[in-house]
Design a protein around this ligand. Structure first.
Ligand SMILES: Nc1ncnc2c1ncn2[C@@H]1O[C@H](COP(=O)(O)OP(=O)(O)OP(=O)(O)O)[C@@H](O)[C@H]1O
Ligand SMILES: [Mg+2]
Ligand SMILES: [Zn+2]
Length: 506
């Protein structure tokens, strides 16, 4: 008898319908899985066989053929264990085919028949919600909370294969949502009020947060660069529901979903400088998201930025420009979203003291130049804000010197500025903040005072700004105006934006 069980395959962060067909024919006992399966799917055979027997079902000596259709969608991972096991039960007359109709099953099986978590369950749930609204999706219990973010489908999350089959036989599949969780992402235990002084750097971080601009902090060891950068998430607005779903789907597919991310926290990724190009950008024979995609809708923090190999850093150019990463493989090409705010921190030279008043840099000029050249011109150009951070005097650190605004005041201003941007870009698809708006659109549509435009044009020629840099300055100026709730871009906004350009530092 031929059985057909509905399931889904995840490619990138999208899911597709897959039908698991199982045929159990008389003949020499053997097993065959066809339909472009890779790796873990082939190992399914071992897991499913043991799970069936250990759950009290029989595995009759038949010729079993499993076909995963359509054959042109690559299937990887272990999520077909559950539909394959059900298919065998139907094909061998142990389960009535009617009981599995109009239901979609994903799940890995352990040898003892427990239903184990899979990657990408949110992608599957979103696909089912779009293609089959109202359908019943059966997921592993560990994925219940994740899949439950999709509300227009019914979910069942049996603990074991045996429990599922008994429920199906008795026609009482337990459909349930987890109780609405009132949990919220963990509050931050760090705050900008921990920072003494550094008002310029704090201001720059506030501008970066408000418009989602890329920024690099440059200064001597111990100046507080790492401390400042790590506090950026504390002033960023909450993710929208749609943004949170994208983030969860990416982290789930990568197999690194944390509780905070499930609860909707904004990603803050801080990879070490020993990371490989594939680790940063994404890759692998079965393409997996890299740090740039795990930082989607959040912050990618590169501490000791110039310690990253130049070839690795240069990989950032394409995602910074396109907000996506395309990983091409012979069998397929996969696109992952990668829209993040880049924050770098670095010393100005190997010894770290170049440009510090009252301190002596021990590096030769050639050494300093070589160090700076680790960041290519095109990458420098894509970083809107270059912010020098000087060390705060020791006596200020130890005294009870003022610490200025804390994160909550800064976050309030950022939220207000983001609000203006959402209003302005309401009709532009996918644009919610200044950093993401096409430069020409902004140039044409945003009100700007005459002397502000004059200043911008003068600076463009003296600083030899590329067209891209010109637009980037304009965007930062727009954010500065938004932070002050100013309708028009004024000369002082442009002047501040220009101070953050790298060439203005030299
Ligand atoms: N402005 C400041 N206010 C409060 N503490 C500070 C400040 N600046 C530095 N510190 C203290 O100095 C420590 C070192 O700062 P941090 O690690 O951020 O420096 P850094 O600029 O990243 O240095 P490096 O270049 O060596 O990485 C901080 O953990 C903090 O305790
Ligand atoms: Mg540091
Ligand atoms: Zn030096």
């Amino acid at each position: 008898m031929l059985a057909a069980i509905r399931s889904a395959a995840v490619v990138g962060i999208d899911a597709y319908d897959v039908t698991v067909e199982v045929d159990a024919a008389p003949g020499l006992p053997q097993w065959l899985i066809v339909g472009l399966p890779v790796g873990a799917v082939k190992e399914s055979r071992e897991r499913v066989g043991a799970a069936l027997v250990n759950s009290g079902f029989t595995l009759p000596p038949r010729r079993i053929t499993v076909n995963l259709a359509p054959a042109d969608v690559r299937k990887e991972g272990s999520s077909f264990d559950l539909p394959i096991a059900l298919g065998i039960l139907v094909a061998t007359g142990q389960l009535d085919p009617n009981t599995v109709e109009n239901r979609i099953f994903v799940g890995e099986l352990s040898l003892d028949g427990a239903v184990r978590n899979i990657r990408g369950s949110l992608s599957v749930a979103r696909h089912v919600g779009r293609a089959w609204p109202g359908a019943v999706l059966v997921v592993p219990p560990a994925n219940h909370a994740e899949a439950g973010r999709v509300t227009n489908i019914s979910l069942a999350a049996p603990v074991t294969l045996r429990e599922l089959v008994l429920q199906l036989r008795g026609d009482d599949l337990v459909i349930g949502r987890l109780p609405e969780s009132s949990a919220v992402p963990r509050a931050y235990d760090i705050d900008f009020s921990d920072v003494v002084g550094q008002e310029t750097a704090k201001r720059a971080l506030e501008v970066a947060a408000a418009g989602s601009h890329n920024l690099v902090l440059i200064g001597p060891p111990g100046a507080g660069k790492t401390m400042l950068a790590r506090r950026l998430p504390t002033i960023l607005p909450e993710l929208s529901e749609e943004e949170a779903l994208e983030v969860i789907a990416i982290h789930s597919v990568a197999g690194v979903l944390s509780e905070d991310i499930t609860l909707g926290a904004r990603p803050f990724r801080a990879p070490h400088h020993s990371i490989s190009g594939a680790g940063l950008i994404g890759g692998g024979s079965t393409p997996r998201p890299g740090e740039v995609s795990l930082a989607h809708n959040g912050v990618l923090f590169l501490d000791e930025m110039l310690e990253f190999p130049r070839s690795v850093l240069d990989g950032l150019r394409q995602p910074l420009e396109d907000a996506t990463v395309v990983i091409a493989r012979a069998a397929m090409s996969v696109t992952f979203p990668a829209r993040f705010t880049l924050v770098g921190a670095t010393n100005p030279c190997p010894c770290g003291r170049a440009g510090e008043p009252g301190r002596k840099c021990t590096c030769g000029p050639a050494e300093v130049a070589k160090y700076a050249a680790r960041m290519s011109g095109p990458l420098t150009d894509r970083i809107d804000m270059h912010v020098p951070v000087g060390a705060v005097a020791l006596r200020d650190l130890s005294g009870d010197a003022a610490t200025g605004d804390g994160s909550s005041q800064m976050r309030a201003r950022v939220g207000q500025a983001r609000c203006q941007q959402r209003k302005r870009y309401g009709m532009l698809r996918g644009v919610t903040c200044n950093a993401h708006v096409p430069g020409r659109w902004l140039d044409r549509h945003t009100p700007i005072e005459n002397d502000a435009r004059t200043l911008l044009h003068a600076a463009a020629s003296t600083l030899e700004l590329s067209a891209r840099s010109y637009h980037r300055v304009l965007k930062v100026a727009r954010t500065i105006a938004d932070l002050g709730a100013d309708e028009k871009i004024e000369a002082r906004h442009v002047a501040e934006a220009l101070r953050y350009r790298p060439s203005a530092r030299k």
